[in-house]
Design a protein around this ligand. Structure first.
Ligand code: GUN
Length: 292
């Protein structure tokens, strides 16, 4: 079987095309959407992801602010940086790049972000909106994976999705998103992890398998039902090589599969910019309603 490749670029290009019109409309009101990033420490992959986010902003007409803290930063230092973006009117939305170095309290940091400026949809209030199925910024990688499935018309409603991994940026919110009663969702979702005995029995029955563990080449052909859709959401750097959670040989059995490079990644960045533009629109609407 030769699998259909789920390339992220056409999905991201479509999102960027939509955003360009909205950025123009904001510009006519004198507003340029602004994204802030906070990067703590000197992890080269994280620095690379942050650079890509700034490059995408420039491409679509957003401004971006880059805050860097050393590897010796404390939780309080990060909270000061968060507060500075919370109160900066030129920053409509921002993120703290994860993972944070050991010793920094990730939950305190995410909770300190103004939920109205939460570019990543990871503030507890916004995760709560997701649980409720209410409007709010969605975590970017889950939203990107949903957009990828929608773009390539992979059936999701009523299908069995198995997500391997339960992290806060990907596995857990993706399970919530794909189980909502909405288009391109409404699935039967199982979230497993590698500590579940016989977790492979779950992936073998799935219509859609999503690797979200950050474990290189975790998903192998024998774990996948022939014809299933297989998405590599987790990624790991091995030296200078980016390796997906999904082994490339899975293409021999899958019906659809993300490529090792250029699958989910571009859609994540597109959703980040979409959240930022939406935050700018909200800020503009609320300043009009209070007559600022
Ligand atoms: N690190 C890996 N994925 C993400 C993400 O979606 N947001 C942030 N802030 N950090 C990440």
């Amino acid at each position: 079987m030769s699998a259909i490749l789920l390339e992220g670029k056409p999905v991201a290009d479509r999102v960027f095309g939509d955003l360009e019109a909205r950025v123009k409309a904001l510009a006519s009101q004198g507003i340029v959407p602004g994204l802030g990033t906070i990067l703590v420490g000197d992890d080269p992959p994280s620095a690379g992801y942050v650079r890509k986010k700034h490059e995408a902003c420039a491409l679509v007409g957003l401004v971006s602010s880059d805050c860097r803290l050393g590897a010796d930063a404390t939780t309080d230092d990060v909270l000061v940086a968060v507060e500075s973006f919370n109160t900066d009117p030129s920053v409509h939305a921002f993120l703290v790049q994860l993972p944070l170095p050991d010793g920094i309290d990730e939950s305190r940091v995410l909770t300190a972000i103004d939920p109205m400026k939460d570019a990543d949809g990871l503030h507890p209030a916004n995760l709560g909106l997701l649980v409720m199925g209410a409007e709010g910024p969605l975590p970017c990688t889950p939203a990107g994976i949903q957009a990828l499935l929608a773009h390539y018309e992979v059936p999701v409603a009523g299908r069995h999705v198995v997500i391997v991994g339960r992290g806060v940026t990907l596995g857990r919110p993706l399970g919530l998103l794909l189980s909502l009663k909405r288009p391109h969702a409404n699935a039967a979702v199982t979230v497993v992890h590698t500590g579940v005995p016989n977790w492979i029995e779950h992936t073998q029955r799935a219509d859609i398998v999503i690797g979200a563990a950050g474990s290189p080449n975790l998903i192998q052909p024998h774990m996948v039902r022939p014809g299933a859709a297989v998405i590599g959401g987790g990624i790991t750097w091995e030296g200078k090589r980016l390796v997906s959670d999904v082994d490339e040989s899975v293409a021999e059995v899958a019906g659809w599969i993300t490529p090792r490079l250029g699958g989910v990644g571009p859609t994540t960045v597109a959703m980040l910019l979409a959240n930022t533009v939406a935050a700018s629109e909200r800020a503009s609407a609320s300043s009009k309603s209070i007559g600022k």
